[in-house]
Design a binder for this molecule. Sequence first.
Ligand code: FES
Length: 264
Amino acid sequence: MDKGVLSVVSNEQIAERIFRMEVEGELAGRMTRPGQFVHVKCGAGIDPLLRRPISICNVDTDKKRLTMIYRVEGHGTRVLSEYVPGQPLDILGPLGEGFPVEGRQAGEHALLVGGGIGVPPLYYLGKQLKQCGVRITSVIGFGTASQVFLERELAELGDVHVVTIDGTAGVQGLVTDVLTGEYGLGMSDWDVLYSCGPLPMLRALQDKYQPAGKEGYISLEQRMGCGVGACLACVCPVQEKGEGRKYRKICSDGPVFPLGEVRL
Ligand code: FES
């Protein structure tokens, strides 16, 4: 974990309340693991006081550029959306445990399942998996057509299926409704699952695939305080009963956990 001041290269709206920001600086070149996150200070003063956790969507290590995609939720992210090129941005990171990529074999098939603002970290992951020769299928879900993003970028990595709750883009429903039925992706059609998104979606995936013994990794979205394991604002219970720690800190033990490790 490190801290640095990076320079904003671009900051543009790409979907309803969704912005893509690119920043440049030495620190960006060290963000090599997908699924980790950065803790961003939105604004120069003490308002807002707390940093905002934002996932790493892409890194160009040669140019030392980091791409973050964030949703405007409140004051902090609204301030962030007003940054302009050339402005300095205070970033802490990379933080947390990311998605494991090492050990994947060429010819394997990875299923990437994302919901809403959980989609961005899957792009950097997908790029690294593709470099390993892994085949990729992405299923990404949103509320409505105006909220859809990263479809084109993910399509450069493999098959992409878009799902919207109101049916205005792609297939109508929830990703979990259509995962097996509509696309015919049976459990034996893929080797490993990677997912990030809202809790009900992750819970449904864990309930479905953990009992079947499938390998998978889920990334939890969580409001955070310190972001470095010190304040206990982000704890979640583990599934395992018995000795040892009964909880995990999402910011430092996660945000990525193997399927079945934490209780959702
Ligand atoms: Fe402080 Fe996780 S946010 S311990």
